[in-house]
Design a protein around this ligand. Structure first.
Ligand SMILES: [Zn+2]
Ligand SMILES: [Zn+2]
Length: 106
């Protein structure tokens, strides 16, 4: 018995693995694109792009938060916003939130 037959088998499997890997990647990407639901917020971090504040403290999207902020005394009646988010009264907050804003590389 000679073990020469093992060599072609190994070479073959390397080829198959190499090609298969490539094909699999493409397939997975295609599948992901197809199954992804049209909700851009799904992969988004905690950020409300519309209002420029973290979603978790966005009183304009989540009115339940308003009572909390009012209770803390963190409320600007004039602008209907938490004082800590009111850039009209506190222009320096704009910079702060700008820094918190998640950066998109794509
Ligand atoms: Zn919002
Ligand atoms: Zn204000």
């Amino acid at each position: 018995m000679r073990s020469l037959t093992v060599v072609p088998a190994v070479l073959l499997s390397v080829c198959v693995l190499g090609l298969g890997g490539c094909d699999q990647k493409k397939e997975t990407a295609a599948k992901t694109a197809q199954t992804t639901t049209p909700t851009p917020a799904a992969a988004e971090p905690d950020w409300c792009a519309e209002h420029g504040v973290p979603e978790s403290i966005c009183t304009r999207c989540n009115s339940k938060l308003i009572a909390e902020f009012k209770q803390k005394g963190d409320w600007c009646k004039e602008h209907n916003l938490p004082e800590s988010q009111c850039v009209a009264c506190h222009p320096e907050l704009k910079e702060k939130f700008e820094a918190m804003k998640p950066k998109k590389d794509k």
